[in-house]
Ligand binder design. Sequence first.
Ligand SMILES: Nc1ncnc2c1ncn2[C@@H]1O[C@H](COP(=O)(O)OP(=O)(O)OP(=O)(O)O)[C@@H](O)[C@H]1O
Length: 261
Amino acid sequence: MTPKPGTAPAAPGARGAAGPLLRVRGLHVWIEGSHILQGVDLSVPASGVTAVLGRNGVGKTTAVKAVLGLVPRTGEVVLEGRDITDRPTYEITRSVGYVPEDRGVFNGLTVAENLRLAQRAGSPSRYELVHELFPELRERASQPAGTLSGGQQQMLAIGRALLNENRLLVVDEPTKGLAPRVVAEVADAVVRAAADVPVLLVEQNLALVRRVADEAVVLDAGRVVHTGAAAELLEDAERTRELLGVSRAPAGAESAQGEDR
Ligand SMILES: Nc1ncnc2c1ncn2[C@@H]1O[C@H](COP(=O)(O)OP(=O)(O)OP(=O)(O)O)[C@@H](O)[C@H]1O
């Protein structure tokens, strides 16, 4: 895996053990009679960014929700060698930070209040780290979160997840609905987060993936159809087109939906 600038060689959670940080085997999810995940196997290494890619509706969000226990599933989810498959979500999220697709920011509360809400009882809150990574969150502490730009809200959502020490950070489509010019800001935020903790990133914006991801896992119709180095995949225009339905476009312009976001 190629370390990205600003990416720590090993995450705080890494214990130098061989083997992946997260291992998912044979994950199946049925929703309302539809077989959404059909035996997903994937691994997340103990540092860097692992991107989950795929066309719309192939099961990316469902896969990360299944890891977190947010949807009923069968299979096996192992974190740092510990089987967490049967653990409840509230327990899993004590060591796995989660930034959902809709960011989960409380618009009526200030930036400071949103951060305070994320504080975990009994563990130190890392305000210094969060403010060092995202100085804007300190500057805008008293601003209602609903008045932040999309990119700033994403920083707040990621900052909130970083307030507590986690073994893994799951970030679901952080650029969804954001203007292309904000994508670079979000990429910076993900790179900064990955310097602290390994990241599992669902993303459709391939320019961002190219910039931040070390590994790529591609889903199609509820199954993993490719795993490998992200850069290698994205350099291979034909394979990228075959798996994601897009051709290579100028950096910053492409997404797996084939349009600017
Ligand atoms: N609560 C639900 N009820 C019914 N169908 C659902 C539900 N959640 C997901 N699905 C279906 O499961 C499939 C996978 O959805 P999922 O959101 O995981 O895909 P995705 O790859 O993340 O898509 P996108 O890139 O559009 O966000 C889709 O066909 C979706 O319609």
